[in-house]
Unconditional design. Structure first.
Ligand SMILES: C[S@@+](CC[C@H](N)C(=O)[O-])C[C@H]1O[C@@H](n2cnc3c(N)ncnc32)[C@H](O)[C@@H]1O
Length: 258
């Protein structure tokens, strides 16, 4: 399904943090096509999914439509409420969204042995989501990295052995103009948590007005504009066992399920 088809399908009902469309939404709305592919590639029907930075409803709703069981933890209560309204309207069984600080995900979620970890964390302070002191997007880079590593480690601990994990992250620059290297830090933290780096893919995002802005910026700073995010895949345990458990790749026809 393309983004346009997804919007037209009625499965998507906007997102509180942007103008409410997918194609012109910048980085705020998770790409439903990437979501569908990731579930088809790295999970099978009946699998459980854990997400420590849930954000909007897309990852939960697509999971339910594909016969997977999603649990997302999200700090902002208003976002969890909006997700539950959308999930209840669009799904037979509403995906599970839990309000809380994922630094305590080990206490927030009683379940262990999840089959897939799938998340899109804040890209440091590129978008600041709230002034909640537990919100890792407003902590400054040192606090962000410290808490980001703790949350990734505790989430990997909740993953069963021989399972995949996908973290979608874009890099961001500090005030001095240098990159934080968030994809590199993610690889470092996930590997330290026991999930080894296995696949890399690039999600190309719409250029929008970037060509116009980037030209001016480049002349003054020699900074290249960026229209991609990194889709980093990890495996906890053996990739062969993990793939063997999944069997053939099945891409379900979501429209048929409607
Ligand atoms: C990148 S955003 C998600 C938006 C995204 N593009 C999506 O997938 O819909 C990351 C989310 O992490 C949440 N967040 C920040 N700190 C958190 C924490 N300590 N525990 C749980 N969620 C947190 C933010 O409120 C935000 O909704």
């Amino acid at each position: 399904m393309t983004n346009a088809e997804f919007e037209a399908s009625g499965l998507y009902d906007g997102y509180s943090g942007n103008a409410g469309t997918l194609s012109d939404s910048g980085t705020s709305v998770f790409d439903p096509v990437l979501c569908e592919l990731s579930y088809a590639w790295y999970t099978k029907e009946g699998d459980t999914i854990i997400d420590p930075f849930a954000g909007g409803s897309v990852r939960g709703i697509v999971a339910e439509k594909m016969g997977r069981f999603y649990t997302g933890v999200e700090l902002r209560a208003e976002q969890v409420e909006a997700n539950i309204i959308q999930g209840s309207e669009l799904c037979d069984a509403c995906p599970k969204w839990v309000q809380g600080d994922s630094a305590h995900i080990d206490e927030l979620l009683p379940e262990d042995g999840f089959d897939f970890m799938f998340t899109c964390p804040p890209y440091a302070d590129l978008e600041v989501y709230s002034d909640d002191p537990a919100d890792i997007s407003n902590m400054g880079i040192d606090g962000f990295l410290e808490m980001y590593e703790i949350i990734l480690r505790k989430t990997v601990e909740k993953l069963a052995d021989d399972r995949f994990a996908v973290v979608v992250i874009g890099d961001a620059r500090g005030k001095d103009g240098f990159y934080y290297n968030l994809p590199g830090k993610t690889v470092e933290f996930m590997e330290r948590a026991g999930a080894r780096y296995y696949n890399e893919a690039i999600l190309v995002t719409p250029a929008g007005s970037l060509p116009i802005r980037a030209g001016r910026q480049f002349a003054a700073s020699r900074k290249l504009g960026k229209i991609h995010q990194n889709v980093l895949t990890f495996c906890k345990g053996s990739p062969r066992e993990a793939a063997g458990r999944l069997g053939e790749v099945v891409i379900p026809d979501l429209e048929e399920q409607e």
